[in-house]
Design a protein around this ligand. Sequence first.
Ligand code: SF4
Length: 64
Amino acid sequence: MKVFIDQDKCVACGQCVASAPEVFDQRDEDGIVVLLDESPPAEQEFNVRDAAAVCPALVITFRQ
Ligand code: SF4
């Protein structure tokens, strides 16, 4: 799985970090999302899908 983020659209809500803390983090200064792992292992797929689904700004996309 390959994960992509569009930081320009992020509203710093933290939902993605709650869903997949091993893949996403937030910048200390403004809370904007940071991608920790652009190619997460298969066991993270559920969490990444959940993060993409709950993100209110449609920041997160992925492909297999
Ligand atoms: S859930 Fe979306 S809008 Fe919220 S911090 Fe994560 S990427 Fe940004």
